[in-house]
Design a protein around this ligand. Structure first.
Ligand SMILES: *Cc1c(COP(=O)(O)O)cnc(C)c1O
Length: 231
């Protein structure tokens, strides 16, 4: 199966999940998670219409996307992996959004480097909702503190929340995890009326349909896009 075929099949599944959930396809962005993928495969995805890509490591992202000769005009690249403080400066040159902001120390460093480079950056705050991943803020009160901190730096543009569900076959646990993120979003909107919190980044290859049912606005799909799926 080519990447183009995979994109088509995933688009069909997204559309069916949207129909079931009574949601509009236009309300959901599809990101191709291109970590471990060659530039060739990435170009195939681009040619199949994908414009949003996600990488978890700064060095790998720089090797593949750090040059203007890739021919991938109007594409957007987000950071979805844990970001070390000493990589922030390079990250700002590559990514338009850091989805994986998981600690206040990182907010401070992003703000500091944005100021030095006269740049702005979109950020999502990551909530830890599944046992298997260790990253992310532990609860909505810690998120609230993070929001307060982020809002005090105008160069940081807070857009919403991100999570990873536990890696399991138990769809109840996965659903619980996504509901927790949607619930955190509602709580934060109550606590900070008027805040820009619209992005819910959740759903990967093995759980994106549940994520759509629970309100995801951004799917991060790697394996099913580049390698196909069994269904
Ligand atoms: C790798 C990764 C994905 C994509 O996972 P697949 O199961 O390959 O779709 C999504 N989000 C994050 C944060 C990842 O690290």
């Amino acid at each position: 199966m080519s990447v183009r075929d995979n994109v088509c099949r995933i688009e069909e599944r997204i559309q069916r999940a949207c129909d079931r959930a009574g949601r509009n396809r236009e309300a959901i962005r599809l990101m191709a998670v291109s970590k471990f993928q060659s530039l060739e495969s990435i170009k195939e995805a681009y040619e199949a219409g994908i414009r949003l890509f996600g990488e978890s490591r700064v060095q790998e992202a720089r090797a593949k996307f750090g040059f203007t000769t890739t021919g991938l005009a109007d594409m957007e690249l987000h950071c979805i992996g844990q970001l070390q403080r000493n990589k922030v400066k390079n990250a700002l040159q590559l990514f338009s959004c850091i989805q994986s902001v998981d600690r206040n120390e990182l907010i401070l460093e992003l703000a500091r480097q944005c100021e030095r480079e006269s740049k702005t950056i979109d950020i999502l705050l990551e909530l830890h909702t599944g046992e298997s991943s260790k990253t992310g803020y532990p609860d909505v009160d810690r998120l609230t503190e993070a929001v307060e901190l982020a809002l005090s730096y105008p160069l940081l543009h807070l857009r919403g929340l991100m999570t990873m569900a536990p890696y399991t076959d138990d769809s109840r646990l996965i659903r619980q995890s996504f509901r927790q993120l949607a619930e955190a979003q509602r709580t934060l909107i109550q606590r900070f009326p008027g805040i820009d919190m619209g992005v819910l980044s959740m759903g990967m290859s093995n759980d994106f349909e549940i994520a759509i049912e629970e309100g995801s606005t951004l799917l991060r799909i790697g394996t099913a896009l580049f390698k196909g799926d069994a269904s």
